[in-house]
Ligand binder design. Structure first.
Ligand code: KIV
Ligand code: ZN
Length: 471
């Protein structure tokens, strides 16, 4: 829990990770068994409560991966997904039964859109299938989760009827999926309130949220469901999943932790494993993390504007609501770019061993600020390099004792100053890097410590990178 008081059971929101099931359903992602087991082991270190390891009926590979996870990963509940068909439930049980904590998750749609067009059946039949599936799953396993798929577009009264049947048959968790990312926080909250009103027995089981991000509301909707009483959030690392993805695990974990002052809730996750888990999933899936992604994006704890840098260098909390180390980064970063200020430049120079004050600092700062402008006017038509690159060149020029020669494109740009980021030494990697000169703002930092920015920007498609572990 990294310095946080453990939440009491009623205030604890369980984290159900579906990176390996819904997350793997993202177009183009295909993980092999070894990669899945490694991710599952890392999820266990992260302290998730449940790992949805896969959908065993879908392929022999999926079955094998779920089975390996069930056999090799200790701590979290290991869950296998199944439609309401007997063959699915048998396969799910076959794959998870060796886990010390197995769970079968079975689902069927309750929206008329799905019942009529996809299942081509009737509401009565859906009720019968739900009943039989939960009963069969319970005959194998004490822990059974039921999901009325597309619930948020379904008639709430019909969904309530189906949920009541599932609870009667012994479901221990009832999940209310926003399958197509359609609901809004207010609507979802009311939906939960109505379900509780119609089915009081839902108070005896764990309610769960499963939100997709089609309208960018997956985290907000999940949070709304939690405020309405749900105590399990289904989510995926880096928010991967069908279409626009699922609720992002790192975002909901840090939202619950950072604002526990308003809701009094928390999870059991070890947030210091978030960055590492994000990098591992990004590498193995080939899905890069956008730079401005909350919590795990490489800019999530980076400051470039002079005002912000000045504030953070004086007192971190002026512009940070979380400490970078809480999510597993080494530190936050000060990025020297065209918006940077004198304070950050002086600090960077000091760290490099140059004590520059007063007039000398003013001059250095003036030159530092001139270079991006000069470069952008003289090279506007040809250069595509970012102004940050230009400013970084300015810093290098200044720190190599007054050499005014403009660094050439390519490898020689880093001459005279070891780049903080080893990746930035290859021309290809350098093109990818948006912040070539970043540094920690911590007073006690080591000289040019490897920047967290570097560490959080893997080259996800490189085969070498894919085989490397995040550990
Ligand atoms: O989005 C969804 O409804 C699902 C279910 C299987 C829970 O992924
Ligand atoms: Zn889903």
């Amino acid at each position: 829990m990294s310095g946080h008081e453990p939440a009491s059971e009623s205030n604890r929101v369980h984290i159900f990770d579906t990176t390996l099931r819904d997350g793997e359903q993202s177009p183009g992602i295909s993980l092999n068994t070894q990669e899945k087991v490694e991710i599952a082991q890392q999820l266990a270190r992260l302290g998730v409560d449940v790992i949805e390891a896969g959908f065993p009926i879908t392929s022999p590979g999926d079955f094998e991966a779920v089975q390996e996870i069930a056999r090799n990963v200790e701590g979290p509940v290991i869950c296998g997904l199944a439609r309401t068909h007997k063959a699915d439930i048998d396969a799910a049980w076959g794959a998870i039964k060796d886990s010390p904590r197995p769970r079968i998750h079975t689902f069927i749609s309750t929206s008329d859109i799905h019942i009529i067009h996809q299942l081509q059946t009737t509401r009565e039949d859906v009720k019968g299938q739900a009943k039989a599936a939960v009963a069969l799953a319970r005959s194998y396993c004490d822990d059974v989760e039921f999901s009325p798929m597309d619930a948020t577009r379904a008639d709430v009264e019909f969904t309530a009827e189906v949920c009541a049947i599932a609870v009667e048959e012994g479901a221990t968790v009832v999940n209310i999926p926003d399958t197509v990312g359609y609901t809004t926080p207010e609507e979802y909250r009311s939906y939960f309130a109505e379900l509780y009103r119609l089915v009081p027995a839902l108070r005896d089981v764990r309610l769960s949220v499963h939100c997709h991000d089609d309208l960018g509301l997956a985290v907000a909707n999940s949070y709304a469901g939690v405020l309405a009483g749900a105590r399990q959030v289904e989510c995926a690392i880096n928010g991967i999943g069908e279409r626009a993805g699922n609720c992002s695990l790192e975002e909901i974990v840090m939202l619950l932790r950072t604002r526990s002052d308003v809701h009094g809730l928390d999870t059991g996750a070890n947030s210091r494993e978030l960055a590492r888990t994000s990098r591992m999933v990004s590498r193995f899936t080939g899905y890069a993390v956008q730079p401005n992604k909350a919590i795990v994006g490489r800019n999530a704890f980076a400051h470039e504007s002079g005002i912000h840098q000045d504030g953070v260098l004086k007192e971190r909390t002026t512009y940070e609501i979380m400490d970078a180390t809480e999510v597993g980064l080494e530190s936050n970063q000060i990025v020297l770019g065209k918006h940077s200020g004198r304070h950050a430049l002086r600090d960077a120079l000091t760290e490099l061993g140059f004590k520059v004050e007063g007039n000398a600092l003013n001059q250095a700062f003036q030159r530092f600020k001139e270079i991006p402008t000069r470069r952008s006017t003289s090279r506007r038509s040809t250069s595509r390099r970012s102004s940050r690159m230009s400013s970084a060149s300015a810093l290098r020029a200044t720190t190599s004792r007054g050499s005014r020669s403009r660094p050439r494109r390519g490898a020689s740009r880093t001459r005279g100053l070891r780049s903080p980021c080893p990746r930035a030494r290859s021309p290809r990697a350098r093109r990818r890097a948006t912040a070539p000169w970043t540094r920690s703002s911590a007073r006690s930092r080591r000289p040019l410590a490897r920047s967290a920015s570097c560490a959080s920007t893997p080259s996800p498609r490189s085969p070498r990178a894919r085989t490397r572990s995040a550990r």
